[in-house]
Write a protein that binds this ligand. Structure first.
Ligand SMILES: [Zn+2]
Length: 253
């Protein structure tokens, strides 16, 4: 065995504890057990903790009687689950629990961060008062991104027109801007919490709130709105040679 293959003491301990989870949960068939199993498998895969006995992760899975493709599907679903949990505030609390099954989450694999809550919202509308199922998610996804597109964010401007490739960089900045804008909003929330506790009494919260909201708004509205109709993006007086009209001006014009 080469030096690289030997596990360090801490890796060895980690492998043992992950293996306990794997061996324990392999026998169970519950949903909880399977997330736990997937979590353990992910640690084993990313640290290549199987390497003393197995050449590949695949051969390790085989030795446990696990199917490679269902494990990789499960690991992708786990990623989506964590992405949702990380930004839980974007989801309807009363309904998000309904899509936490692997079957449902699989329908969201490969979507970018912004599209997941959007697909969820459409699915909830479709489901109405009933439960949200993987079918709703599948349809919602097809609605949002026809042609079953994955990863690739469709570059469509505010008027629904395709943005030319040479404006891709300008277009993508709108995500950066809305990120900053969202950060300011979260600062407002943070300050509100401080304002309502001892020691925050002198914080001019209402002033800060109104100023920061204005700034946050101004930032978000400065992003790409539509490709300039006069020059089709090549640059003219109207678009100040940028090729696009910001969202703010769409409201004015
Ligand atoms: Zn123009």
């Amino acid at each position: 065995m080469s030096k690289l293959q030997i596990l360090s003491a801490s890796e060895s301990r980690e492998f043992q504890s992950m293996e306990r989870v794997v061996d324990g949960t392999c026998k169970l068939k519950g949903r909880e057990a399977s997330w736990e199993l997937l979590g353990a498998l992910r640690v084993i895969r990313s640290g290549r903790l199987y390497r003393e006995q197995h050449k590949s992760f695949f051969s390790y899975l085989k030795s446990k009687g696990l199917n490679q493709s269902s494990v990789s599907r499960g690991l992708s679903a786990l990623e989506v689950k964590e992405a949702i949990e990380e930004k839980a505030w974007l989801y309807d609390k009363s309904k998000v629990g309904m899509i936490m099954s692997e079957r449902c989450l699989r329908e969201l694999v490969g979507l970018d961060e912004d599209s997941i809550p959007e697909v969820f919202r459409i699915a909830c509308d479709e489901a109405g008062y009933g439960p949200v199922t993987y079918r709703h998610l599948k349809d919602a996804r097809a609605k949002l991104a026809p042609k079953g597109l994955r990863r690739k964010v469709e570059r469509v401007d505010e008027s629904g027109e395709q943005v030319p490739d040479f404006l891709a960089e300008a277009f993508s900045a709108r995500y950066m801007l809305s990120d900053v804008s969202a950060k300011l909003k979260s600062i407002v929330i943070e300050l509100q919490a401080i304002a309502s506790r001892p020691g925050g009494e002198y914080l001019p919260f209402h002033e800060i709130h109104s100023e920061l909201s204005k700034i946050s708004h101004a930032i978000a509205l400065s992003g790409f709105g539509v490709t300039c109709i006069d020059c089709h993006g090549t640059g003219c007086m109207r678009c100040k040679n940028t090729g696009y009209i910001p969202k703010r001006r769409l409201r004015e014009e």
